[in-house]
Design a protein around this ligand. Structure first.
Ligand code: 3MF
Ligand code: MG
Length: 360
């Protein structure tokens, strides 16, 4: 029952309920040999079965797939492997960035009509697989190649409107094919750049703006999948982006990880480098009532060995639970009293006290 009607008669997504910190999902791409333009491959390529076992061993209950990792034609076979590993598929997503040259110039908002049409076709195909084979609970549209790389490359008004139009075409097809009862919630994952120089949408605010460009009756079916490192790359406070998405009733999914600021997409483990971001993020997920599967989107560290293939995922799960323990030290009444009288010195004291566990 992905969508239900609320008391006001609006369609709202219904996600499987999991107490926060009891259900985690990661993608099969979160384990791998590593390597790239500036780093050596450090670990062997694993089979699907070894990868799924690695996710399970790291504390995952669910898995995520791109269509390039689990093609629709192989979905039944892959679903059997997922079942054998004791996992479920929570999220699926069409690869509109690395599948082929057709996406080198963008996807839904590309100035090239054939690219826009192919983006819609691939997305419909994988939503069908997500509903009919995987029993997925959310579909993610990471904007990936959508955006521009320099001046005059796109008509900016068209870029955002066509992105909304592509999503609208997908949602109206999905509703006509499956009805709201079987339709998959679509969560947009913004990112300010990489692989494109300027990403569209770049952050939570732009994502809500793109959703607002869709017809009223289609908007309830689209929300956000905010990623910690993407927010950091945009100079944003992750917890604040979660708050904005929740205020709009659009926090459909999350991708937790870590980073060190206005840098490249580091995909560090959740809680790496700045544990305070992890504590405030978990506390905010509690404040907004997030009670479903938590997504982890990390990469092994450049120095991780073959024995550490799933170390970043496992550390993210442990850090989530540590952050939940630390957040539990917060006395809500004290916190809200300090907020209500704008006592920032008191709030800074509280933050240091609960993070350090030292009263001082
Ligand atoms: C890139 C990402 C992506 C998306 C994924 C899901 C490779 O920075 O975060 O992971 O999360 O494509 O749609
Ligand atoms: Mg991600």
């Amino acid at each position: 029952m992905p969508f239900n009607k609320d008391d006001a008669g609006r369609w709202v997504p219904v996600f499987p309920r999991h107490e926060l910190g009891t259900a985690f999902a990661a993608g099969v791409w979160n384990i791998g040999p590593g390597g790239g333009r500036f780093a050596p491959a450090m670990r062997p390529v694993l089979s699907l079965e070894e990868t799924l076992a690695g996710l399970k061993d790291a504390g995952c209950t669910h898995v995520e797939f791109h269509d390039t990792e689990a093609e629709s034609a192989d979905a039944e076979k892959i679903m059997a492997a997922v079942n054998n590993a004791g996992l479920k598929v929570h999220m699926c997503t069409a690869n509109l960035f690395k599948r082929g040259p057709e996406f080198a110039n963008g996807n839904f908002g590309s100035p090239v009509a054939a690219t826009r049409a192919e983006s819609v076709r691939r997305t419909k195909d994988y939503i069908r697989t997500g509903i009919e084979v995987f029993g997925a609970q959310v579909y993610v549209y990471w904007m990936s190649s959508n955006g521009f790389g320099g001046p005059f490359q796109v008509n900016y008004k068209d870029l955002y409107q066509q992105t909304a139009d592509g999503l609208s075409e997908v949602v109206s097809w999905m509703l006509s094919e499956y009805g709201p009862e079987r339709a998959l919630p679509i969560a947009i994952e913004p990112k300010p750049n990489e692989p494109v120089s300027w990403g569209a949408p770049a952050d939570c605010g732009e994502t809500l703006a793109v959703i607002s460009l869709m017809p009223d009756e289609l908007r309830p079916f689209v929300g956000t999948n905010l990623e910690t490192c993407h927010s950091l790359m945009a100079g944003k406070r992750y917890a604040a982006e979660l708050g904005l998405a929740a205020a709009a009733g659009k926090c459909f999914y999350v991708h937790l990880n870590g980073g060190t600021g206005l840098k490249f997409d580091e995909d560090l483990a959740f809680g790496d480098n700045d544990f305070g971001v992890a504590v405030e993020s978990v506390h905010t997920l509690q404040e907004i009532g997030y009670d479903t599967v938590v997504g982890i989107d990390v990469q092994p560290l450049s120095t991780d060995t073959a024995a550490q293939q799933n170390a970043s995922i496992a550390r993210s799960v442990r850090n989530f639970r540590r952050a939940r323990e630390v957040a539990a030290r917060i006395d809500a009444a004290e916190l809200n009293a300090l907020r209500a009288r704008a006592d920032r010195a008191g709030l800074s004291e509280l933050y240091a006290r609960i993070l350090s566990g030292v009263d001082g």
